[in-house]
Design a protein around this ligand. Structure first.
Ligand SMILES: [Cu+2]
Length: 171
């Protein structure tokens, strides 16, 4: 008996939240709600960016992501064909109305070349999202920058010390 009552109590706020026709509630705006950048394993390799865009009242297309403090930013998609995983450039990505667009590991992602060292030291990179059908509005989002996974094995203090640093230790 008790679990049934509990479920009934939960159902009421869920129904209210699911009602999109409430004239009092402001429509959810198009927005970038989260994101982060993972640095390449070595400085010459591109960083990768992941994010989540919340759709607004109308469908729009994300046509570009740019960063003043990086040499180049591209949208990519990881695809698996005949058991081989490759990635291809993505010209645009749909943001459905009231839906979401997710760039995540193993799927759509950003590749970012040559992030300004000052931005890397600050630990964040501001990027601009350019949407069509949105009055050409640009939405800015500050991406926190994380070091590559596995980099912790050697530690940040080892930067610059290449494999040759261990020469002579063995033998
Ligand atoms: Cu890529």
């Amino acid at each position: 008996m008790k679990p049934v009552l509990f479920a009934a109590a939960l159902a009421v706020p869920l129904l209210l939240a699911g009602c999109g026709d409430n004239p009092i509630a402001a429509p959810r705006p198009l927005n970038v709600v989260s994101g982060h950048i993972v640095m390449g394993a070595t400085p010459d390799r591109p960083a990768v960016g992941y994010f989540r865009v919340q759709g607004g009242p109308r469908p729009v297309r994300l046509v570009a992501v740019t960063a003043d403090l990086a040499q180049r930013v591209e949208m990519h998609e990881t695809v698996r064909e005949n058991g081989v995983t490759t990635m291809k450039p993505l010209a645009a990505a749909d943001v459905p109305a009231k839906g979401e667009l997710v760039f995540k590991q193993g799927g759509k992602h950003l590749m970012i070349w040559a992030i300004n060292p000052a931005a890397v030291r600050m630990g964040k990179l501001t990027m601009a999202f350019v949407f069509t059908d949105n009055n050409n509005e640009r939405i800015l989002f500050d991406f926190p920058i994380k070091q590559a996974e596995g980099a912790a094995d050697h530690g940040a203090m080892d930067h610059g010390a290449g494999p040759e640093a261990s020469n002579g230790v063995v033998d």
